[in-house]
Design a protein around this ligand. Structure first.
Ligand SMILES: C[S@@+](CC[C@H](N)C(=O)[O-])C[C@H]1O[C@@H](n2cnc3c(N)ncnc32)[C@H](O)[C@@H]1O
Length: 320
């Protein structure tokens, strides 16, 4: 299920202590006796949560001073046009609104992707980091090629890395009725493999398209090592299969980026990733965009001495 990040944070229902700075609430606390003030806060919080469940949010008519400063500063600060009230009560730097650093990679990719600009930004920046590591790049879940194009552009045509692309191009496989109830078989069928190749035509030398069903399409790539894998396959089993293949082949410092980990409608993705990492030292880090990423830790010190004759570290599962 592809939905843009709502950008709304849940208001806190915690009581406001009477000692906080001089907000309107604090002044009221000085006038009223404490039990009455707290009772009023409880009623207000209860009303807020009822209204929130009905789809309404209440905001104070006057902003506390700290927010005023951030709102005012956002109007005049350098690159002011890229600050937006996105996931916080005040505007924050939001380069996906068209900052040249982002736009130089994103321009023209939008028609070919279901991924929202804020998530594309995270993808590009994590890829920019990972291109300095050893190992190749991969994407599982290509659809019409939009995010693959972003990865290819981030690597650049002169890159020595390969970009492996895995997709059936026929849409999702059979879904698990219980875990993936918002998805259906055949959803996200690509226009055609020819059209995807055309989108990526500038990068044909560095791209290796593996057309078919995951995990069968991983066959023959057992020896690969990866610096970065973008996992955008939506459903429970596909995510689990991707974790099982990529995790042991990820170099230390390597990145796994899961596109829809935090979306309620893609709960199967979160369940699969959490299940896989439950007995690993790494933890998926949830992002306010709806994604989550995992950074691979180096092997424990006692395993680091296990080196092959060419000096490369032997992996826990024997993959070199
Ligand atoms: C949401 S789309 C990918 C979106 C794409 N990254 C973009 O830029 O918009 C999910 C893709 O995952 C693919 N997919 C999911 N599970 C798969 C599996 N087990 N084998 C092959 N492809 C799979 C679907 O074919 C579909 O193209």
């Amino acid at each position: 299920m592809k939905v843009p990040a709502s950008g709304k944070s849940q208001p806190s229902t915690a009581s406001i202590p009477p000692t906080l700075p001089s907000t309107p609430q604090a002044h009221l606390g000085e006038v009223l006796c404490e039990p009455v003030f707290f009772a009023m806060q409880q009623v207000k919080n209860a009303c807020k949560s009822v209204l929130l469940r009905l789809g309404y949010e209440i905001h104070p008519v006057s902003q506390p001073p700290v927010q005023d400063i951030d709102f005012k500063a956002a109007l005049t600060v350098k690159e002011s046009q890229y600050y937006s009230q996105w996931s916080a009560p005040c505007p924050l730097f939001s380069p996906w609104l068209g900052h040249p650093d982002f736009q130089s990679i994103y321009e023209g990719a939008e028609p070919y992707t279901l991924v929202s600009p804020d998530r594309c930004y995270m993808l590009i920046e994590l890829a920019r980091y990972a291109r300095h590591l050893a190992g190749d790049f991969a994407e599982c879940g290509v659809w019409n090629g939009g995010t693959a194009l972003l990865l290819a552009r981030t690597l650049g045509t002169s890159a020595s890395k390969k970009l492996y692309l895995f997709d059936s191009f026929e849409g999702l496989p059979k879904v698990n009725g219980e875990k993936d109830s918002w998805f259906s078989e055949g959803q996200y069928r690509a226009n055609s493999i020819g059209a995807v190749k055309a989108v990526l035509s500038d990068f044909r030398n560095m791209i290796d398209i593996r057309c078919g069903w995951i995990p069968e399409t991983f066959r023959g790539l057992e020896e690969r090592r990866y610096a970065f894998a973008h996992i955008d396959v939506d459903i429970y089993q596909s995510n689990l299969d991707c974790c099982a293949y990529f995790y042991p082949r990820l170099v230390p410092g390597g990145v796994l980026l899961f596109d829809e980990y935090c979306f309620a409608a893609a709960r199967g993705e979160k369940d699969a990733v959490d299940e896989f990492f439950a007995d690993k030292p790494e933890r998926p880090i949830a992002l306010p965009t709806g994604q989550a990423f995992v950074l691979k830790l180096p092997p424990p010190a006692d395993q680091q001495s296990t080196r092959n004759s060419d000096g490369r570290v032997r992996c826990q599962d024997g993959v070199r």
